[in-house]
Design a protein around this ligand. Structure first.
Ligand SMILES: [Zn+2]
Length: 572
């Protein structure tokens, strides 16, 4: 069994809340109530933002949790044929039909029409943040640098652009409020960096109102609990308050690629190194769909240098920690952190998941690694490559070193080709072609295979930054990535910032209509996000949520039929 050597953490171990690295940007160490000192519990309802005792200390700059915490070993990867697959994952809930003829889309249209969640320009004119004064006196660059966390900018964003209703439907799995939403934990990072956990809301409007009141710079989403998170202290029996379900999440961050990317480091990214994320998404997404049968997988840009996956299928949400660890272990091949040494050393024959992954990754290796990153160009760098060749092929290694000595700065593409060319001319009697081929496959995987921060995936009660919040450092919105249609073309640096979006609202002109009589109607129906470049992202999110709710309803109808409950089911 994978991970059997890493025992579950004690419920009583202190939560490393202050250890969370803001630069790590996205995730917060999980905890249960028992792990938080009582004195630091946030006051439940009315939190005074100036009262630092009322909230937990903020995530501050600390150690990254990626390097030391990866407990698995490469031997536990898909090479291990025993890796359990969740038994629920294969039964796709698609057979039964909804009981009623009402289309979900129509239902939402109706609900949207009498709702002021997305005010139009007319209504929003009173908002100070959209006034020309705020945006015209400075250059765009200055605005982008200084005002991403400006309270008025954030207020405008939450008030006019954030897709509250779809966020609610996404987490609630139904248009009408259920415990899936009401017992869900939200955690706010306030403007003063205080961190407020165990917030919960019965409706999207109450969540929205509290966000507008507290103006968090961002917020995170935790699990659905057995009871309302706000009531946890009134529950005497600790087992009465425990996490029940949560999306299965994955986190990929470019800082874990610092030892192989040559174009950028730390918080910096460019289109070249973003390709590591692109290939990682392809591999993980494919495995989750083909090997585990998951259908509702949403990838979200983390706002700076990474991406998160939210696997939202009901079967994924119900996974316990052990199964989450098993899936994370199945996908983990590379351990990040260590700067030297061979990271990949796989058993043969390769697990089918790795054969398929290699197939996906080899073209990326050629163009995005060898050509774009040129990782072994210098003499120092080429030693890294030579160190990855089989240790018993010293002749080959020295022949290559000699060849490259006469042509300094030989590009990596040629050096990679040289390995085979030189190997073919080898005079060694027992030259082991197979071990060289295996080593080359290992190298391809080391330079392309997803580097996951699997701590995020292992536990039901891990919090993860919400989609569509603004990254305080870059001002960019954490938008979903359309993996089917827009993965290759996704440009993280082209993602709208909160400031650019507010400008777009102000600059929006209503489309010309041929018949004057329709003009008013056009204006009435255009909500603010539709006037901005957020439109495509929110529409994608909406269609994702509709697909999820549709399946969810089919599961429910099926279950009711099986139970013979039918119409008189216990629902109120
Ligand atoms: Zn780069």
């Amino acid at each position: 069994m994978p991970h059997s050597e890493s025992p579950p953490e004690s419920e009583n171990s202190p939560i490393p809340m202050a250890n969370v690295d803001q630069e790590q940007e996205d995730t917060v160490a999980e905890s249960t109530t028992a792990q938080i000192p009582e004195a630091q519990q946030p006051a439940d309802e009315d939190v005074d933002m100036t009262d630092s005792n009322a909230v937990l200390s903020a995530p501050t700059n600390g150690t990254t949790h990626t390097s030391e915490s990866k407990a698995g070993s490469s031997a536990e990867t898909p090479n291990n044929q025993d890796t359990p697959v969740p038994e629920t994952a294969t039964s796709a809930p698609s057979e039964s039909k909804p009981a009623t003829g009402v289309k979900l889309e129509e239902l939402f249209d109706e609900m949207d029409s009498d709702d002021d969640e997305f005010p139009t320009t007319k209504a929003a004119k009173r908002e100070p943040a959209s006034s020309p004064d705020l945006l015209s006196s400075q250059s765009d660059m200055e605005i982008d640098l200084h005002e991403a966390s400006d309270p008025e900018v954030m207020r405008t964003f939450y008030q006019r652009l954030f897709p509250w209703r779809y966020l609610f439907q996404w987490l609630n799995h139904s248009p009408t409020p259920t415990n899936d939403f009401g017992h869900r934990e939200f955690a706010f990072t306030l403007q003063n960096d205080a961190y407020l956990r165990y917030q919960s809301f019965t409706t999207s409007d109450l969540l929205r109102k509290d966000v507008l009141r507290l103006m968090p710079s961002r917020f995170e989403i935790g699990p659905v609990y057995t009871a309302n998170p706000r009531d946890r202290k009134t529950l005497r029996n600790s087992s009465a308050f425990r996490p029940l379900s949560k999306e299965l999440c994955f986190d990929i961050d470019l800082t874990d690629y610092d030892d192989i990317r040559t174009c950028c480091d730390k918080a910096n990214i460019c289109q070249k190194c973003w390709q590591f994320i692109t290939m990682a998404i392809k591999v993980v997404d494919t495995a989750l769909r083909e090997d585990f049968g998951f259908k509702h997988i949403m990838w979200v840009y983390s706002g700076r240098r990474g991406a998160h996956a939210w696997v939202c299928d009901k079967s994924a949400r119900a996974l316990d920690d052990q199964k989450r660890r098993a899936i994370a272990g199945y996908l983990e091949v590379i351990r990040g952190g260590a700067q030297s040494g061979k990271k990949v050393n796989l058993r043969r024959p390769l697990h089918p998941h790795l054969v398929r992954s290699l197939d996906i990754l080899k073209q990326h290796f050629q163009s995005d690694v060898l050509e774009a990153q040129d990782p072994w160009r210098t003499e120092d760098q080429q030693e890294k490559l030579l160190a990855l060749l089989p240790s018993d092929q010293k002749q080959l290694v020295s022949a290559l070193r000699n060849k490259w000595a006469s042509s300094p700065d030989r590009p990596s593409t040629l050096k990679w080709a040289d390995i085979d060319t030189v190997a073919k001319t080898s005079t060694a009697k027992n030259f082991d072609t197979k071990s060289l081929l295996d080593a080359k496959q290992d190298i391809v995987l080391e330079y392309t295979y997803p580097r996951l921060d699997i701590e995020v995936s292992k536990k039901l009660n891990h919090l993860l930054k919400s989609p569509f919040v603004v990254h305080p450092g870059t001002g960019r919105v954490c938008v979903p990535i359309d993996v089917k249609r827009g993965l290759e073309s996704f440009d993280p640096l082209g993602v709208p910032t909160v400031q650019s979006l507010i400008r777009e609202i102000d600059e929006w002109k209503k489309p010309e209509t041929k018949e004057g009589g329709q003009e008013q109607e056009v204006e009435k129906h255009v909500v603010d996000w539709e006037k901005t470049s957020l439109k495509g992202y929110i529409e994608f999110f909406r269609s994702f949520v509709i697909g999820l709710m549709k399946d969810e309803r089919e599961i429910k109808v099926k279950r009711e039929r099986e139970e013979g409950g039918g119409g008189e089911s216990m629902e109120f």
